[in-house]
Design a protein around this ligand. Structure first.
Ligand SMILES: [Zn+2]
Length: 136
């Protein structure tokens, strides 16, 4: 059963398909030098049209998370972690995603994470996994 996928539009294509080249693409405003998400044709901060998707570091920290014990759709395997990840590139720049690779009991607040991608048809879902910690 395929995962329910986002509809690709001109605005969001870079975000959902950047993973094809291993890059997490976030909309960036050249006028105020800020990133914003979700992608839009106008900067929500300064109303500039001088916006375009650019690659971010792909690194961030778990801002908050919840463990879902119910697989709401058949293709999901419970339990799984739904998290808000704050990217290192800008305070407050947050994405809703999943923390994968490790079991849910190994996920914690403020944990450093790194993006990886899971391809489904023409979409590369940005997911996050814990960044290997120094000394670990
Ligand atoms: Zn702006």
């Amino acid at each position: 059963m395929p995962r329910k996928l986002p509809l690709i539009t001109a605005e969001n294509a870079a975000f959902w398909q950047g993973g094809q080249s291993g890059r997490l693409m976030i909309q960036h405003c050249s006028a105020c030098a800020r990133w914003f998400q979700p992608p839009a044709p106008v900067c929500p901060r300064c109303n500039s049209l001088d916006v375009a998707p650019k690659a971010v570091s792909g690194r961030g920290r778990v801002a908050t998370f919840t463990v879902n014990h119910q697989a709401w759709t058949p293709e999901l395997t419970a339990p799984y972690v739904v998290a808000i990840v704050e990217l290192d590139d800008q305070p407050g720049l947050r994405l809703l995603s999943n923390i994968t690779v490790v079991p849910p009991d190994q996920v914690r607040i403020a944990q450093p994470v790194q993006v990886h991608f899971e391809q489904h048809e023409d979409v590369w879902l940005p997911l996050f996994k814990p960044l290997a910690e120094v000394g670990a």
